[in-house]
Design a protein around this ligand. Structure first.
Ligand code: SAO
Length: 343
């Protein structure tokens, strides 16, 4: 793993310490749709102020901050989007993930960090969120999170369909499957596949809408409830747990792996996708930071390594285990197969 060179200067510490100011500049720009205002040729401070509704002085302050961050480029008096801002932050672009950033990250993850200290020291007050179950008992919170997560998971779902050959599989169980984004992508790639998604009721309500829109209501069904408590269907050809391990108490993970073995048909596939750090715990940075972030609302979360997941799968009897990077620099996929009958 390539670690950063150990830091030597106060400026390098400042870059980390004040990083949140840059995050907020980006989120605020997204909330006023500044990057869309600059699409198609850019514009002056006054143009941006006119299109975003910002006071011109404040528009200039924000544009200046975004320029120093490299998100926009100043050419004389005109501002343009940097190539990455143009590709990923303008509304309607194919790879636009601005809504994910401004809703799930700015409106939910960012405020959660204010309770990280209490979560780390074990001093969270009872009324503070300490699990997905608490958090998603609020329908609006579940909706904001799940809609953003859906758009973020369709692409990785398509990648997963290419990484593993599931053409012989007929039944998928998507545990903690959220709105069913992975199920939708996999069912689209494999026309004979059907899926059951387990998640909390307020998430399932959002998911049904997405599945209907995808025309898959007859192949993707939802089973609302806490996956750690409800019955799972048996004899599945595939069991997927995407971002489930980060959201549950770490001590429940070995049981989830054994439950996957028990609920798969012989020859079935078990796929875990999540934030995982390398076995030597030196990276990737974004996986490590996301694991820390999860502690803020799930203090019992564990910092999972891919080697630990592999060892749990081996102990449960899975074979042909493979580990692959999924979202570069961020997530990892571990795949194992339940031995065929008589094998
Ligand atoms: N105990 C639990 N039972 C059911 N769902 C859970 C549990 N803990 C966390 N989750 C869900 O796990 C999901 C993590 S977000 C990931 C959703 C989906 N697997 C995807 O990759 O897009 C959220 O929808 C949570 O509600």
């Amino acid at each position: 793993m390539s670690l950063p060179k150990p830091l030597e200067s106060a400026e390098q510490i400042s870059d980390i310490a004040f990083g949140f100011m840059g995050s907020k500049a980006l989120f605020s720009a997204l909330h006023v749709d500044l990057f869309s205002a600059l699409a198609d040729g850019g514009g002056s401070v006054e143009d941006v102020a006119g299109k975003t509704g910002l006071d011109p002085d404040r528009a200039m302050t924000l544009l200046t901050a975004l320029t120093t961050l490299g998100l926009v480029v100043r050419n004389g008096k005109a501002y343009e989007n940097a190539p990455a801002a143009d590709a990923f932050l303008v509304k309607g672009r194919k790879y636009d993930f601005g809504d994910y950033l401004r809703f799930q990250i700015d409106k939910q993850m960012y405020p959660f960090l204010t309770q990280l200290e209490e979560a780390l020291t074990g001093e969270l007050e009872p009324e503070q969120v300490s699990s997905y179950a608490d958090w998603f008992s609020d329908a609006e919170e579940a909706r904001i999170y799940s809609e953003s997560q859906h758009s973020g998971s369709l692409g990785p779902g398509r990648s997963l369909a290419k990484m593993i050959d599931l053409s012989k599989a007929r039944t998928l169980l998507d545990v903690g499957g959220g709105t069913g984004a992975f199920s939708i992508s996999l069912c689209k790639a494999y026309p004979e596949l059907r899926s059951t998604v387990l998640d909390f009721p307020n998430v399932v309500d959002v998911g049904r809408g997405f599945v209907k829109k995808a025309g898959l209501s007859d192949r993707v069904e939802f089973n609302p409830g806490n996956a750690l408590e409800i019955e799972w269907p048996k004899d599945r050809d595939v069991i997927l747990m995407s971002y489930l391990f980060s959201g549950v108490p770490g001590e429940t993970i070995p049981g989830l792996v054994r439950a996957a073995m028990d609920h798969l048909a012989p020859g079935g596939h078990f796929i875990v996708h999540d934030f995982m750090v390398e076995d030597d715990r030196t990276g990737p940075k974004l996986a490590a930071l996301w694991q820390l972030q999860h502690v803020a609302f799930n203090p019992e979360a564990r910092s999972v390594t891919s080697g630990w997941v592999r060892a749990l799968m081996e102990a449960a009897g899975f074979k042909d285990i493979e580990i692959a990077e999924m979202i570069p620099g961020m997530t990892t996929m571990v795949h194992g197969v339940k031995p065929a009958a008589g094998a």
